[in-house]
Design a protein around this ligand. Sequence first.
Ligand code: NI
Length: 419
Amino acid sequence: MRDLTPLIAESLPSLVNLRHDLHQHPEIGFHEHGTAARVAERLAKLPGMTIRTCVAGTGVIATLDADKPGPCVALRADMDALPMTEETGLPYASRVPGCAHACGHDGNVACLVGAAVVLSAIREELRGPVRFIFQPAEESGGGGRLLCEAGALETPPVTAIFALHAWPGLPIGAIGVRAGPAMAATDTIDIVIHGSGTHAAVPHRGVDPILVAAHVIVALQSIVSRNLDPAQPAVITIARVESGTTYNVIPDRATLCGTLRTLSAGTRAQACEAIRRVAERTAEAYGARAEVRLTPGYPVLTNDAEATAHIARVGRETLGADCVREASVSLGGEDFAYYLQHVPGALWQLGASASDGSALVPFHSPRFDFPDAALPVGVRMHCETVRQFDGSAHAHSVSITSEPLSPRAQAKQYGQNAD
Ligand code: NI
């Protein structure tokens, strides 16, 4: 097999330029027009590439050698930025006020473009077609679901799908993998407390919804500690509280907004029931009424065991045995979960911190920036994941976690309840 090192080295300066360009011009979900145009322009120059643009708005789907027989492997990158202000002070910092690539999706895109460039150069070696999926709106909006509905996994049908995400906390050159449930289902919580407004100096003439809201917030925090199995991860966060207009008026109502994160269908159902009960009955105890709305968000992200073993094996061979780490579960959400409801695959973590951990800046921090030194690692891993996929990765299955259920059974169980 051809050594990819010179091909990756040759493409690198142009990928760094692309990433800096994307970083300077971030776009939020479903508005990635400039990003999609830059991606499509680069893909159009590659031999053997069939390209669909404007999929679900701004998505770009390209297939290398669509007619080739053999398993079709898909690779996915998310393109959207966050509605926040960057504070890196970098020469290529965002030029768009209130918008920044603080989750590293600029790097995810550059890695995937790099993979397309390199794989297209070695296309005669590949055993089947390769699908490159550049999706809108991962941060919110569920672009992944829309792309699945728009046929991103069809014609030819995708056999397995893989994606990387830059991961602060893992050193550059290392990767993190985890089979089974790895990232959380994200449900949104909306609670309206209906009280009865009155003068602030005569509270006994009304029902103060702000006091009730305070009790509801405290009571909700007992659910994770007292109602749910401590061995099953869950988070309830109330992230927004709104009520009142001035100093001397008790308002009619208060609203609370937040998120529920769980990793299993059972915990999710129990938590939803408890949130409803605790909010409604706490409000009732104080003479108010709580209206609770729980809206399902992204499903649990469940990595396929064989696909995860494939990534781990490729990582050990490509980067070295000590560079493949078992990832912890994260209660963050990821809409890659939608693809995994249709085909087996795995999301893996691309190390994005200096090896001594000194420069650790978390995701969604105004100071986060995808490190360029991680680009060649991402490109190489993407390429080897495809090149070494022979459709019988199952035969090489390596157990790297000890989940009680088989991952297939988990995928089925959580998938049915997730969306
Ligand atoms: Ni992200």
